[in-house]
Write a protein that binds this ligand. Structure first.
Ligand code: AMP
Length: 396
């Protein structure tokens, strides 16, 4: 199993230089202020562990999409400053990634000290997984630790390339993601229920397909429900729909029936005449969305029905909001699902992205078993796909 990988606890880091890949891709406002430091706080356990064990830590991450160019809008300097405040020790910011400043700081670094390299994506070699760039990056350290679960599905230099040159292990964050999600997926207690929502149907059909035969029920919510309704011959008005996925959805429904996995579609839908919080809205029967209206959320009957199914579950995976939860008029469905999942006694896994944001917004993150820090990576992992950034770590 992929989750049987070595972690920082399985190697001796005392007196060693450690290259630590974090996911510091934090949201910032127009002035560069960090608006949510969750990703930085999540890196603290591994960082503190390494420092306490006597390692010197060279931290690296990407931020945004500078596309191989040095664009100062995406500098990691504010992240280094904030990390330093949270850690209570100095974090020396390198001007470059593999240039003279990094070389100097990384050769002078001592156990207990932290250096942060500049945004990895300033170098085109990062996303291309260039071997020269990987080699230079790894030359600074004795051990490579990956704790960036959110980027583990990307075969980039700092995720995969460096593992060719250094012993590679996971940090505590990735270790937890693999243990909890891997454990739950390997032998889920039944009833095993998946709740699938969000807007991007095509990204999630693979995951839904992998749940067929494994799950007892799949509850469809959010924007993806309209592609299902259209495939089944329902009226969806001007709701979001992925016409390219209609045939696949029909196949999935047939396959689910064959395998005994029940796919539930919403009973009612909150519709609006504009894609905004200020439009006229009402609740209608699902699959009967009138003309120019669009489906924005699941309705109260669906919340109630799904709530009962969720209550009976022993294992729950939830990925994707039940509606346009960013708009208060259309957030009730997502809130209802979040509360039902939080109240359930089941092993509950929130597969990252917007469902994680919704659970956190409601302050319910401690009422579920696990909130993944990966969006796309969590989907691929739950689907049973091999993540390049996990596959390259040393086996236990
Ligand atoms: P995803 O990245 O696929 O998980 O999609 C998340 C996005 O789906 C959120 O920004 C939601 O606003 C959006 N979403 C959820 N339900 C709907 C809907 N009925 N119509 C349009 N967008 C939706």
């Amino acid at each position: 199993m992929d989750y049987m990988k070595k972690s920082v606890k399985d190697v001796d880091v005392k007196g060693k230089k450690v290259l630590l890949r974090c996911d510091f891709n934090v949201p910032q406002d127009a002035d560069g202020n960090i608006t949510d430091d969750k990703r930085i706080r999540e890196a603290l356990p591994t960082l503190r562990y390494l420092l306490d064990e006597g390692a010197a830590v060279i931290v690296c991450s990407h931020l945004g999409r500078p596309k191989g160019e040095r664009k100062m809008k995406y500098t990691l300097t504010p992240v280094a400053k904030h990390l330093s405040e949270l850690l209570g020790r100095e974090v020396s910011m390198s001007f470059d990634i593999t240039g003279p400043d990094a070389l100097r700081l990384c050769s002078e670094i001592k156990p207990g000290q932290v250096v942060m390299l500049e945004n990895l994506r300033f170098d085109p070699g990062e996303e291309k997984c260039d071997s020269e760039f990987s080699k230079k990056l790894s030359s600074f350290a004795d051990i490579y630790v990956n704790d960036a679960f959110g980027a583990a599905h990307r075969a980039h230099a700092s995720i995969v390339g460096v593992a060719e040159y250094l012993p590679a292990v996971s940090g505590l964050l990735i270790e937890k993601e693999l243990r909890v999600m891997g454990g739950a997926m390997e032998n889920p207690e039944h009833p095993f229920i998946a709740i699938m929502g969000g807007a991007k149907v095509s990204d999630k059909l693979g995951l839904i397909g992998s749940f067929i035969g494994k799950c007892d029920a799949i509850l469809i919510v959010g924007g993806m429900a309209y592609t299902f309704f259209k495939a089944m011959g329902g009226s969806i008005g001007s709701s979001i729909c992925d016409d390219k996925s209609l045939e696949l959805v029909k196949d999935l429904m047939a396959h689910a029936e064959e395998k005994g996995t029940k796919i539930y579609l919403p009973l009612d839908t909150v519709v609006s005449d504009t894609f905004s919080n200020d439009g006229n809205f009402e609740t209608v029967e699902a699959g009967h969305v009138p003309g120019t209206f669009m489906g924005m959320d699941i309705g109260p009957k669906t919340v109630e029905k799904y709530g009962e199914i969720i209550k009976s579950a022993k294992t729950i995976v939830w990925n994707g909001p039940a509606g346009v939860f960013e708009m208060p008029n259309f957030s009730r469905g997502t809130e209802g699902i979040a509360r039902a999942v939080a109240e359930s006694e089941a092993v509950s896994i929130i597969g990252g992205g917007d469902s994680a944001a919704a659970i956190e917004k409601l302050g319910l993150e401690n009422k579920v078993t696990h909130v993944s820090t990966g969006g796309g990576a969590a989907i691929e992992f739950l689907e049973g796909l091999e993540l390049p950034g996990i596959a390259c770590l040393l086996d236990k």
